[in-house]
Design a protein around this ligand. Structure first.
Ligand SMILES: C[S@@+](CC[C@H](N)C(=O)[O-])C[C@H]1O[C@@H](n2cnc3c(N)ncnc32)[C@H](O)[C@@H]1O
Length: 201
């Protein structure tokens, strides 16, 4: 049976309404941490000019591919662990832009740093990175986010937790990426849009 995430059902259309204005031309999207695969299928079906490459760690791939096989609108999900060194070398498709929802707070600072290290080499000028989820702005922005952070550290990984937008901006800058938009989304979430711009000399 296909895995179902209720939050995905709630947030997939608000996310689509934002990203569709950025993704107007045919392109290849790498999704990091696709989970159930619901976002991948929803975006691929509603933005058919995109080739959406869903990825996640091994344990998620079977469930995600139940959705993807039923849809037949996108390639099957493949394994990708952003904690691994040199993970970009394992990708068997080209990447124009990157999308990742609700992953950054599930991983440690070190893993997030490793993600940006690899993105620095992977992405070309003009590439965008869409990061959806809860973020801190000089601390928690809601009591719900503070409770989520406690749960993440206790139940997922003691090094996981909600990240400060300023820390994301710093790591992104080292990867040549600039925050070009910060969209407020329902339930105290944000959709950050980072872009790789040409260097000014
Ligand atoms: C809360 S789920 C989000 C899933 C989906 N993107 C969504 O919004 O519903 C977090 C996801 O991050 C993935 N994840 C955690 N650590 C990861 C890593 N090191 N590399 C790739 N994915 C990772 C998990 O396997 C899981 O699918």
């Amino acid at each position: 049976m296909k895995p179902v995430s209720q939050p995905c059902l709630r947030n997939q259309d608000p996310i689509l309404q934002v990203i569709k204005d950025y993704l107007v031309d045919p392109c290849h999207i790498l999704e990091i941490g696709c989970g159930t695969g619901q976002h991948a299928v929803y975006m691929a079906e509603n933005l058919p000019h995109l080739t959406w490459h869903a990825t996640d760690r091994f344990d998620a791939i079977y469930g995600a591919n139940l959705w993807i096989e039923a849809s037949q609108r996108l390639p099957l999900a493949t394994e990708l662990d952003i904690s691994m060194p040199n993970w970009r070398s394992s990708l068997l498709f080209s990447v124009d832009h990157v999308y990742s929802a609700n992953v950054i707070h599930f991983v440690s600072m070190e893993v997030m740093q490793n993600m940006f290290i690899e993105l620095k080499t992977l992405l070309n000028i003009g590439a965008m990175v869409f990061l959806y989820g809860p973020y801190n702005q000089n601390g928690f922005t809601s009591e719900g986010n503070a409770r989520l952070d406690v749960w993440l550290k206790a139940d997922i990984d003691k090094r996981a937790g909600i990240k400060e937008i300023d820390d994301i901006k710093t790591l992104a800058k080292n990867a040549g990426l600039t925050l070009i938009a910060n969209h407020n989304m329902p339930a105290n979430n944000h959709l950050l849009v980072l872009k790789k711009k040409a260097k000014r000399f």
